[in-house]
Design a protein around this ligand. Structure first.
Ligand SMILES: [Zn+2]
Length: 125
């Protein structure tokens, strides 16, 4: 059977595949974390080959160190830090890696923060 649908461009195909992979990883994350990690690695490869960054909503759910899918209350501990720039600290309970997710403010407020001299380090994007 030939596919009669309008052909999608690479980016759209990649995005769809990433969505599917993450959905699958989410479903099996608690029962089969190893397979979930494989799905994530595949999703990252898909994004890389299509040359676009992984959407932030997904990026923040992957441990940068061991690539595990972070599931709050299962393999991930979430803490909110209010000191200096408010941010979320997500600790991967698999490898102990801490990822910092800045809580973004509105652009105007953010500009003010960036001008404050005490804040020297920023999480690279
Ligand atoms: Zn980890």
């Amino acid at each position: 059977m030939k596919n009669t649908l309008k052909p999608l461009n690479t980016k759209q195909i990649a995005q769809q595949r990433i969505d599917i992979l993450f959905k699958q990883a989410n479903t099996i994350g608690k029962t089969n974390p190893t397979l979930a990690t494989e799905y994530i690695k595949t999703a990252q490869k898909v994004a890389m080959s299509a040359r676009f960054p992984l959407p932030k909503k997904y990026k923040h759910r992957i441990c940068k160190h061991c690539k595990t899918l972070l599931i709050t209350g299962f393999n991930c501990r979430i803490r909110i830090q209010q000191k200096r720039e408010p941010h979320i600290v997500a600790t991967c309970l698999n490898c102990g890696y801490n990822s910092r997710i800045p809580l973004k403010k509105k652009k105007k407020e953010r500009a003010k923060i960036e001008q404050t001299p005490n804040i020297s380090h920023e999480t690279p994007r």
